[in-house]
Design a protein around this ligand. Structure first.
Ligand SMILES: N[C@@H](CCC(=O)N[C@@H](CS)C(=O)NCC(=O)O)C(=O)O
Length: 266
């Protein structure tokens, strides 16, 4: 395997990992993708050599109770946890299995770094790169704050009012920042008129929220509403940017079918 080849283990559909898939498509980086539907992933061995569960020697395996999105017990190997100590997916590795990279934004940065000779998606100097990072950090904050809500919508328990409120506030704070930036800087993309991984990250984190929050709660819930729909008119520029991004070939190739399936674009 090519020394720079990235192996990724994830569930799909997962707009968080779309970030890396889109960047890899733009920069011609080949990925070694190991993936399955979310509900099947707990029947996989979570390892550098991730694979559907079969026999695994006792010294290698650890049974770990899933905490974020996986309610059952997951088989994670020691190697997986040594490379990826927070134990989450998506997870990426170098081709030899000696370096683990976790957090979808860091995996995206890795793709951008490896592909920079084809297209520079990270900005031309350290200040710009750090501004790109600022947008990516804000996206991670949004993702972290809305995660309990998305997981609650898929759980077998009623979604608490406070969980909806936290997600609503996180969504408004994030989209307000994106909108303000586009309004005051009048650029086509978040950083300038050139697309960067800040835009790719925004696209992934927005659609993670959009597709997983498009599901109504399982139980009648008088507090629930469609957060994106309610505020759509307040963030016209941000939505225009998403539409502009989706018209780009690599974004369309990776995301369009799933977005149609989740009724986002009909
Ligand atoms: N901020 C992380 C989120 C990763 C995450 O929370 N993954 C969850 C699934 S949504 C997970 O792997 N949970 C494993 C477990 O519950 O043990 C990212 O962007 O990659």
């Amino acid at each position: 395997m090519n020394k720079n080849k990235i192996r990724i283990f994830t569930y799909l559909p997962n707009p968080r990992i779309w970030k890396s898939l889109i960047a890899a498509d733009l920069t011609n980086i080949k990925l070694d993708l190991r993936a399955d539907k979310p509900k099947n992933l707990s029947s996989w061995i979570w390892d550098f050599d991730a694979r559907p569960l079969e026999k695994i020697s006792d010294k290698d395996k650890l049974l770990v109770k899933g905490t974020k999105g996986f309610s059952n017990t997951i088989t994670k190997t020691k190697k997986f946890l040594s490379l990826n100590p927070f134990g989450n997916v998506p997870a990426a590795f170098d081709s030899e299995g000696t370096v683990g990279v976790f957090e979808s934004n860091s995996i995206l940065r890795l793709v951008a770094r490896l592909g920079k000779n084809k297209i520079n998606l990270y900005g031309e100097n350290d200040f710009i790169k750090s501004r790109v990072d600022s947008f990516m950090d804000s996206s991670l904050i949004f993702g972290t704050l809305n995660q309990s809500y998305l997981l609650a919508l898929y759980s077998n328990k009623p979604v608490p009012k406070t969980t909806i409120k936290v997600a609503e506030n996180a969504y408004r704070a994030y989209m307000h920042g994106i909108e303000t930036n586009l309004m005051l800087n009048k650029s086509n993309f978040l950083i300038s008129n050139d697309m960067t991984i800040a835009d790719i990250c925004f696209f992934g984190e927005f659609f993670q929220f959009a597709i997983y929050s498009s599901k109504k709660p399982k139980f009648e819930n008088k507090y629930w509403f469609d957060i994106i729909k309610k505020y759509k008119k307040d963030y016209k520029r941000a939505h225009k940017l998403l539409d502009r991004l989706l018209k780009i070939k690599s974004f369309k190739k990776i995301a369009y079918k799933t977005l149609v399936k989740f009724n986002y674009y009909v």
